[in-house]
Design a protein around this ligand. Structure first.
Ligand code: ADP
Length: 629
């Protein structure tokens, strides 16, 4: 039973919560979608910001790279004019076939190259033919080679300073060539050239994560730590530039292929993003470029974009995690709140239910109350109705009694009247016959009959007449004495023994003196009637005080009351006596008298035999005491 109850409660509690859960789920879903959208939108910006930061970080590297390169070039640039001053070189150019001088110059050049740490130092005559070189002892000796096609030669022979970078046709090395004219008097007799290689730079660059590319004005990558990018073009190449390359044999033409790349500006600090679409390295970079104006070079440093992407992804991941965490906490708080609300709602519901039940009960009670009140009113009405009916019945009873009484009266009167008539006729006859004695006897009988009728009439008068005496405090002892005085002759005649055990002190009761005396006389008379024929009749009159009431008891030792008499003794005209001896009105009248005093007259048989009549009356204070009060 209790299990069922609990289960039902749980279900009830879970019901609304589940409904809200369904509301919470799309909310979380929406938040997640929003977060993903925000992440998608934020990612490119983040990547960009990190890329710019990386660019800023690597801008110093670019600067350093440019300075180093420029330093190397500047150092090498001053060498050819200085060497061109050498007398030995001028002399050799004047006398190229001097077999004694040539080895000297060659060795001198070799020593110079070694001490200056440059790749090659060599001397060309006016036709571009190399007559002496630092590499004279090696396989790749420049001696005997003609470099008239190289711009540095043409520039220098024209009297200027020649500078040029190219893939060495002899050495197969990429080199930077500087050249200066050898002026003998007023005549330019030849050119001194210095070649430096920049491979060491590449080796240094290779050690760092960044990639360095050096492009010339034709967009050809000339230097780079990415070996595979050497001589690749990065950006458009003009037709004239290609022609020049072919003419000057600057680069191997076959290697000149464009690097497939997509470029986009990045921020406003001059950065670019470059994505190379290549099978081996389709990588993205942040590119920034600086210039070495004298050489006509553009030095670019390419920082990989991947760290920026990784950083952006990391940042986003952390942000997402934090957002998720916050979302989770929010969801938990939300859930808690919903549960709390549910609990409050359930409590409110229970309270409302309780109130409703109380209201119902109150209404029920009100209804019951109203019903009871109606019933009480109904009772009161019924009682009034009953009383009215009773009164009507009493009236009807009185009428019936009147009818009965009339019948009894006519019976009671008709007999003596018939007797009176007979006796009168007899008396007349006796007088006619002169028999005076008999006539007198008949007249006496007539008188007796008349007396009897007078007695009946007197009783009736008493019955009908309004009481003359007032109802008030009466001394009951004195009233009993009066009654005994009235009954004195009858008592004496019957030789009855009277036991009068009345208290000596004055006892006052509420009643009418004459009527109360009449009641007592009646009771004593009935007692004497009942004991008629007894040798030793005895009447006991006693008084008792109980519960503020006075009880006057009259007891005889006669046969007592029969069943019928006990039931009907107080009914008018009930009598067991012979006609002419009792009217059956005594007790009825006595009963009414006592009732008028707010008292009670009861009949009973004494346990020791005989009838016991009790008059119960209200006690009262003596009139002088009342007056004193
Ligand atoms: P009555 O005396 O004229 O008959 P009552 O009303 O006084 O009328 O009495 C009615 C009847 O009650 C009597 O006829 C008698 O049967 C009965 N009764 C009254 N008093 C006594 C008594 N003391 N003992 C026995 N019966 C009595």
């Amino acid at each position: 039973m209790s299990m069922d109850h609990t289960a039902r409660d749980t279900m009830k509690a879970a019901g609304p919560a589940r409904v809200r859960d369904r509301r919470l789920t799309p909310l979380i879903g929406g938040a997640l979608a929003l977060m993903c959208l925000a992440a998608l939108l934020a990612y490119p910006r983040l990547e960009r910001a990190y890329a710019i930061a990386i660019g800023a970080r690597d801008s110093a590297t670019l600067e350093l790279t440019i300075q180093n390169l420029r330093g190397a070039l500047d150092k090498a640039e001053v060498l050819p004019p200085l060497l061109a001053e050498r007398a030995s070189i001028a002399r050799l150019l004047r006398d190229p076939d001097n077999s004694g001088l040539l080895p000297f110059v060659n060795e001198q050049l070799r020593q110079t190259a070694l001490s200056l740490d440059v790749s090659d130092v060599y001397v060309m005559d006016a036709t571009g033919l190399t007559i002496a070189a630092s590499s004279y002892r090696t396989d790749r000796s420049f001696v005997g080679r003609n470099f008239a096609y190289r711009p540095y030669f043409t520039d220098a022979i024209a009297g200027g300073i020649g500078r040029f970078h190219a893939l060495g046709t002899t050495s197969g090395e990429r080199g930077y060539f500087f050249a200066a004219p050898v002026i003998d008097g007023t005549e330019t007799t030849g050119v001194v050239a210095v070649k430096i290689t920049l491979d060491d730079f590449e080796a240094t660059w290779d050690e760092s994560a960044t990639t360095v590319i050096v492009q010339d004005m034709a967009n050809v990558i000339f230097l780079s730590d990415r070996q595979d990018w050497h001589f690749r073009t990065f950006g458009p190449m003009a037709e004239a530039a290609l022609e020049s390359i072919v003419t000057t044999r600057q680069y191997p033409v076959a290697a000149l292929r464009g690097l497939p790349a997509r470029r986009a500006a990045l921020g406003n600090a001059g950065y670019e993003t470059v994505t190379f679409d290549m099978a081996d390295g389709g990588n993205s970079y942040i590119m920034q470029t600086g210039l070495i104006a004298a050489a006509g070079w553009r030095v670019s440093i390419l920082s990989p974009l991947a760290p920026a992407q990784l950083q952006a992804a990391n940042t986003l991941a952390i942000a997402l995690l934090v957002a998720l965490f916050i979302l989770l906490i929010a969801a938990v708080i939300w859930q808690r709140r919903i549960q709390l609300e549910d609990r409050l709602a359930a409590r409110e519901d229970a309270r409302a239910r309780l109130e409703a039940r109380v209201r119902e009960r109150t209404a029920e009670l009100d209804e019951t109350n109203t019903l009871l009140r109606e019933q009480v009113e109904e009772r009161i009405r019924a009682e009034a109705q009953l009383r009215r009916t009773q009164a009507e019945l009493v009236q009807a009873g009185k009428l019936a009694a009147l009818g009965q009484m009339s019948a009894a009266l006519s019976h009671e009167f008709n007999q003596p009247l018939a007797a009176v008539k007979a006796y009168a006729e007899n008396a007349a006859t006796f007088l006619d016959r002169g028999r005076e004695g008999e006539a007198r006897e008949n007249i006496r009988l007539i008188s007796a009959m008349t007396d009897r009728m007078a007695a009946i009439s007197k009783h009736l008068r008493n019955f009908a007449r309004r009481p003359q005496d007032k109802t008030g405090p009466v001394p009951i002892g004195a009233v009993v004495d009066d009654a005994l005085a009235v009954m004195g002759p009858r008592l004496a005649g019957a030789q009855a023994v009277l036991t009068n055990s009345l208290p000596t002190e004055d006892l006052w009761v509420i009643g009418g003196r004459v009527r109360l005396q009449q009641v007592i006389v009646n009771l004593i008379g009935n007692a004497l009637d009942a004991m008629e024929g007894l040798a030793h009749p005895k009447i006991t009159i006693s008084l008792a005080v109980e519960d503020g009431r006075c009880k006057l008891m009259v007891r005889d030792i006669g046969p007592g009351l029969s069943e019928a008499a006990l039931a009907q003794a107080f009914d008018p005209f009930f009598t067991t006596k012979a006609p002419g001896q009792g009217l059956g009105l005594g007790l009825s009248i006595s009963y009414n008298i006592v009732r008028d005093f707010n008292g009670r007259l009861t009949a009973a048989n004494h346990s020791a035999g005989g009838a016991l009549f009790t008059v119960e009356l209200d006690l009262s204070a003596a009139p002088d005491e009342i007056a004193a009060q």
